[in-house]
Design a protein around this ligand. Structure first.
Ligand code: 5RP
Length: 228
């Protein structure tokens, strides 16, 4: 299976198995979440499912509307039954790095408000230790961002301002992102507590004890499950 086929397969399985009529569904962001949003739109059309959604990015909201889904602001839903989202790294304890797609803050808020957080990944996202493949994205205020970068690097990483077309990438919240490359993140809980007290830091891409389920798509066509 190609990477894209793996993403599609795992996204469709998550939507088919975890979304039921009447639910409020959190929509993730990224190329794997894309297939979940698309499948949700198909189920609404084909089965007449009555579901409401809330999105983790402007991009996902637009996509969901294109696929015919009803999208509400997160503050206008009382309860989110399930959120289906991708990840950049998953360790054996289901701890995650997210945010290479730039939506980490909204993803974290929606995840925290969700009864169930289903993470959908292909096997290339599995790591023994977080930080070994990907940088850790950290969203920071524009004001004083070079000072924030300096403080981030004191935590033992190389912090690079994310850019698009040679301009700083700006998140849906109007902030910048520093991609912080560590050799590895041996104690993610400690690192999270260190990063989040740096003035100017809004939040970071460590999603610790957030996933309730991780579905992993493999090249041989199988899908395995971690969690409930
Ligand atoms: C966006 C994210 C994405 O879930 C993560 O980057 C995975 O994306 P993809 O499915 O495209 O690999 O955290 O902020």
């Amino acid at each position: 299976m190609s990477n894209d086929e793996m993403k599609k397969a795992v996204a469709e399985k998550a939507v088919n198995e975890y979304v039921k009529d009447g639910m409020t569904v959190g929509l993730g962001t990224g190329s794997t979440a894309y297939y979940a949003i698309k499948r949700l739109g198909e189920r609404v059309k084909e089965e007449g499912l009555k579901i409401e959604c809330t999105a983790t990015s402007v991009r996902s909201e637009e996509l969901a509307k294109e696929f015919g889904l009803v999208v509400l602001d997160v503050d206008d839903v009382d309860h989110i039954d399930v959120t289906i989202d991708g990840a950049d790294e998953v360790d054996p304890n289901m701890q995650l790095i997210k945010g290479l797609g730039g939506a980490l803050i909204r993803e974290k808020i929606v995840a925290a408000a969700s009864e169930r957080e289903v993470i959908i990944v292909d096997e290339t996202k599995l790591v023994d230790v977080l930080g070994t493949k990907c940088p850790l994205p950290v969203e920071v205020l524009k004001f004083g961002h070079k000072k924030t970068k300096f403080a981030l690097e004191l935590q033992g990483c190389e912090a690079k301002l994310r850019t698009v077309d040679q301009q700083p990438f700006v998140t849906d919240n109007g902030n910048y992102i520093y991609d912080c490359k560590f050799d590895s993140i041996q104690n993610p809980f400690f690192l999270e507590s260190r990063i989040n007290v740096i003035p100017g830091t809004v939040d970071n891409g460590l999603f610790l004890n957030t996933a309730t389920t991780v579905l992993v798509s493999h090249k041989d066509g199988t899908i395995t499950k971690m969690g409930e």
